[in-house]
Ligand binder design. Structure first.
Ligand code: EPS
Length: 387
């Protein structure tokens, strides 16, 4: 089973991720992983920390001569702004920020110093989670599976652009030309304006991020045990990203208000596509977001998540001093005005990891060669179901 554990504090020496269950023989594209780390550091509205850090992955184990060897892979991203034990630079925080882990964590770990909690709760942790997800994409690319996440909205500024298999190259290029990672010039401009205004107002902004996964074969995940449903696993993993408050698969919330005839994706068979990963089963719509019964159906997997605004507001919010129990405004620490763009990169790589995990469950093997052979054997068997 593919697993990932992370460790590290925001201002500690480094973050690490340990990935177990990764097959041998996968070519590790370190440049691609570093490019994902660079993108995660970017996005309009980021704060001062990103001028200090230059995130790069180091492999401390599990990789030899550029390929995985089947052993646990340890990925490390060092912190330039490392000062955890210097209390002159990381002073205690007694005024918890509403929306942050500060208060709940202080009550949990029996302390009045919110720093004990915030150092681990920080979204700095997503650097190594992104690196681990990007490692899993080295396997996915060998399987012909591609992930693409965009920013759908920041505040009220939203794009309605459709992301389809045949437009994905254009969407990727538009996204990469946008400094909010939104594949729509007009929406990008509107998002930038909202972020600028929020900064002036000493406020923060959230948004919607959306990931599409192309080339996923049918049959990943399972309806046999609820724990193995792929949509459930995706929701679990995505809610594990800092600041997410909801997850949707495919059409999402609007399924509640539409008739069935306007929700479910009609099934057709296209013989010319029989040799592709869809096995020839095509749909005119993809409201299901590529999963039915918790299993992939050959259509793109679509996951959307709502990120709350950053809880560190320069103007502060009503709070209570944990040392005096007197009302005070929440404490300000250097932070971002908007990290939705960065979160879209995290989403892309977290979703990739879950898809890779499900692919390895169906096409298990100690080496990439065996995984590819299992995938091919399955697709052949599925094609031979009907004459
Ligand atoms: C974060 C607070 C800020 C963000 C941080 C998340 O860190 P600092 O207090 O050092 O300025 O920059 O995000 C990152 C460091 C990162 O790399 O994404 C928080 O409180 O969650």
């Amino acid at each position: 089973m593919l697993e990932c554990t992370t460790a590290g504090e925001s201002h500690g020496p480094a973050g690490v991720a340990i990935v177990t269950g990764f097959p041998a023989g996968v070519l590790v594209d370190t440049d691609m992983i570093n490019e994902e780390l660079r993108r995660r550091q970017g996005g309009y509205g980021r704060g001062g920390r990103q001028k200090i850090e230059r995130d790069r992955v180091e492999f401390l184990s599990g990789v030899r001569l550029g390929r995985t060897i089947g052993a646990p892979v340890t990925l490390c991203v060092r912190n330039a702004d490392s000062r955890l034990d210097d209390t002159s630079k990381t002073p205690p925080i007694h005024r918890p920020r509403p929306g942050h882990a500060d208060l709940a964590g202080s009550l949990k770990w029996l302390t009045t110093d919110c720093r004990e909690t915030l150092e681990r709760a920080s979204a700095r942790e997503t650097a190594v989670r992104t690196a681990a997800g990007a490692l899993s994409r080295c396997l996915l690319s060998a399987l012909g599976i591609e992930c693409l996440a965009i920013v759908r909205s920041i505040g009220e500024a939203e794009t309605t652009v459709a992301v389809e298999p045949h437009t994905r190259a254009t969407i990727r290029a538009l996204r990469d030309a946008s400094d909010t990672y939104c594949p729509d010039e007009e929406a990008t401009e509107a998002q930038r304006a909202l972020i600028r205004q929020a900064k002036v107002d000493k406020d923060t902004l959230g948004g919607l991020i959306e990931c599409h996964v192309f080339g996923v074969p049918p049959g990943l995940g399972s309806c046999a045990r609820w724990q193995d449903k792929l949509d459930a696993r995706l929701a679990y993993a995505v809610m594990g990203i800092q600041a997410m408050k909801s997850v949707e698969i495919g059409l999402g919330k609007p399924v509640a208000s539409r008739l069935g005839s306007r929700v479910h994706d009609p099934i057709a068979f296209e013989p010319a596509q029989r040799d592709t990963h869809t096995l020839g089963f095509v749909r005119t719509t993809n409201n299901a977001g590529g999963t039915e019964g918790g299993m992939t159906n050959g259509q793109p997997v679509v996951v959307r998540a709502a990120m709350k605004p950053i809880s560190t507001l320069l103007r502060g919010l009503p709070s209570v001093n944990l040392e005096t129990l007197q009302p005070e405004m929440s404490q300000y620490e250097r932070s971002d005005v908007c990290a939705v763009s960065a979160a879209s990169v995290v989403l892309e790589n977290v979703v990739a990891f879950e898809i890779a995990r499900a692919a390895l469950e169906k096409f298990a093997g100690d080496t990439l060669r065996e995984v590819l052979a299992a995938r091919d054997a399955y697709l052949d068997a599925a094609r031979s179901l009907a004459p």
